[in-house]
Design a protein around this ligand. Structure first.
Ligand SMILES: [Zn+2]
Length: 464
């Protein structure tokens, strides 16, 4: 397997095609002949024709998706920039604490200066993208904050500070669509990359995370020594799942909605119990961040020639994007969110567990049986990708667990992981924990999906 170490150098530009980041369905990306490029008055003077072209591409994709979505609400004005900025301020409002350097948002604490900087950069990012009339400002504000987190992590690795920030030519948007998928469209001529995240992916990850957190049943300790604690014993979780149907039902109903109704969400207007927040928050953030960072990884891959990789060039690029994503997620998770490495890695692997679940479910509803995940031409099997995430972490970070404070993962550039690593089996199991809880639910979900197949239930036309 080719070492997929992140390399942020700008090498000679080579071919890059649009990578598709899960094979749930494949769609041909549009070309980049976009006709006339219009500049809005709100464009900052630095906005170039190239940026306008990237924005135009994003807007066209969003408009096309919205056409097929009756009742899609966002066409109120030409730009949703101001709306996204207002939502961001609402989402990221924080309050002071007794310590002037620490702020609080709900139960989560942040260092004031980096958090202020992250919000400032998110605003800058929103203005750079200048979201169009078919953007969902809510989802966009969430992902823009993730993008800013990723961008802030980069300088920690950059060996050549004189190299221009490679992320300045990446923009992102959400596309209203049912696919559990995300894409990156590269424009080799201009160096721009447009990241497109389907809203279905965000919803699916959220619903799966919610099911997993319901399954571990968090509770407040009577002595209030912890914010919340949960059942982390897999045997007990398994037993619990036999008597409490809610988590399995959530995963099943979400998949049922995906395959038979065209969108992976069956529950709306949900509340989250206080006890669930610490688990749900960290898991969803890190899964979303890793997904976003994976697509950013394709942007970083733009100048790299994978054609000489000793195996499938597309898969080599996927591993590169995964490795960049893992590195950026762990680094930003630690420095900005105070999250230990295993939590960031749990989010990364959970995103892959969600893709695996969709792939398994698809084989059941289309063929009546589960087919082993062998990957495909462009993507390695999700299990191998998760394994490689842990390997990448061990290669690029040192960390020592001594039972005391949560240890800092420190970045180190090296060609391979050392034989002995501080991130041992116990930590690795924690990184797989949420994925494994989701997999525990699979047999019961599969049974119900198989029943739909046997009843010859008609799939939604998006699967035609
Ligand atoms: Zn990819």
């Amino acid at each position: 397997m080719r070492s997929s170490q992140p390399d942020f150098r700008h090498a000679a530009s080579t071919h890059v095609r649009a990578p598709i980041c899960s094979d749930v369905t494949r769609r041909r990306m549009l070309g980049c002949c976009l006709g006339a490029v219009t500049m809005s008055k709100a464009d900052p003077p630095s906005a170039t024709k190239e940026l306008a072209e990237a924005r135009e591409f994003l807007r066209k994709r969003q408009a096309q998706a919205a056409e097929g979505a009756p009742g899609f609400p966002y066409r109120r004005q030409e730009s949703t920039t101001e709306e996204a900025l207002a939502i961001l301020r609402e989402q990221r409002r924080f309050v002071p604490t007794n310590d002037p350097d620490i702020v609080r948002r709900g139960i989560f604490r942040f260092d004031r200066k980096p958090e202020e900087e992250r919000i400032r950069r998110t605003e800058e990012f929103i203005r750079r993208v200048q979201p169009g009339p078919f953007e969902d400002p809510n989802y966009f504000a969430l992902l823009a904050y993730q993008a800013a987190s990723i961008e802030m992590a980069l300088p920690q690795f950059q060996r050549q500070p004189q190299v221009k920030d490679p992320f300045s030519r990446i923009i992102l948007g959400t596309v209203h669509g049912g696919e559990v998928n995300a894409f990156a469209q590269a424009f080799p001529r201009t160096g721009y990359t447009v990241v497109l995240v389907q809203s279905g992916l965000i919803d699916f990850v959220y619903q799966s995370a919610k099911a997993v957190v319901e399954a571990i049943n968090p509770f407040r300790t009577p002595d209030k020594s912890a914010l919340s604690t949960a059942n982390m014993d897999m045997d007990r979780i398994r037993a619990e799942l036999k008597v409490n149907e809610a988590p399995v039902n959530r995963v099943y109903r979400t998949l049922e909605s995906y395959f038979f109704k065209g969108y992976p969400r069956a529950f709306a207007n949900e509340t989250v119990a206080d006890e669930q927040v610490p688990f749900l928050g960290g898991l969803i953030w890190m899964a979303e961040r890793w997904i976003t960072a994976h697509e950013y990884g394709h942007g970083l891959a733009l100048p790299i020639d994978f054609s000489k990789a000793p195996y499938n060039a597309n898969q080599a690029e996927e591993y590169f994007a995964d490795c960049a994503a893992t590195t950026l997620t762990v680094a930003s998770g630690w420095s900005l969110d105070h999250l230990p490495a295993e939590v960031s890695l749990a989010g990364a692997n959970f995103a892959l567990a969600c893709l695996k679940t969709c792939r398994r479910a698809k084989s059941v509803v289309t063929r009546g049986k589960e087919v082993r995940d062998e990957g495909n031409g462009s993507h390695p099997p999700n299990e191998l990708r998760a394994l490689q995430n842990i390997a990448s972490f061990r290669q690029f970070f040192d960390v020592q667990y001594d039972g005391g404070r949560v240890p800092e993962p420190t970045f180190v550039m090296r060609k391979k992981a050392p034989a002995q690593h501080g991130f041992g089996t116990e930590q690795s199991e924690r990184a797989y924990f949420f994925s494994n809880v989701l997999f525990e639910m699979w047999p019961a979900v599969k049974e119900r999906l198989t029943e739909q197949y046997r009843n010859k239930r008609q799939l939604h036309p998006m699967w035609g």
